[in-house]
Write a protein that binds this ligand. Structure first.
Ligand code: AMP
Ligand code: ZN
Length: 114
């Protein structure tokens, strides 16, 4: 079995509240939401972090951001505003080693970056 929890969610081998899926990305709700809306947009293919994304993956990188925008609209937070975060590596605070884009909204963000 795949050791990566996000790969397992994408493959349907682990539970996840999937809200979107296409040929390149899957999105599911964060298990420990930090705001009323907290969705993770992840590539269907395993990338350990943003550091693994190459120029030939430009379509994937673009898709992740456009899906975040689409889901912000679907979740009704596109007008109030939202935050997109890609934690990368140890200093970036990355915990799960499968690239993911956090879509967070539904409240005014309290924590300043850094
Ligand atoms: P990061 O610190 O950027 O690696 O964030 C990892 C995120 O994944 C955290 O916000 C966790 O709450 C979330 N997470 C961890 N395990 C799961 C899971 N099984 N299903 C959904 N979200 C998860
Ligand atoms: Zn993975």
């Amino acid at each position: 079995m795949n050791a990566c929890i996000f790969c397992r969610i994408i493959e349907g081998d682990a539970p996840g509240e999937i809200v979107y899926r296409d040929d390149l990305v899957t999105a599911f709700r964060d298990i420990h939401p930090v705001a009323p809306v907290h969705v993770l947009i992840v590539p269907n293919q395993h990338f350990t972090s943003l550091n693994d994304v190459k120029s030939e993956d430009e379509a994937l990188a673009g898709r992740m951001i456009l899906v975040a925008r689409k889901l912000a609209e679907r979740e009704g937070i596109h007008k109030s505003g939202y935050r997109l975060i890609v934690n990368t590596g140890s200093h970036g605070g990355q915990v799960i080693p499968h690239l993911h884009l956090h879509l967070i909204g539904g409240q005014r963000m309290r924590h300043p970056m850094g």
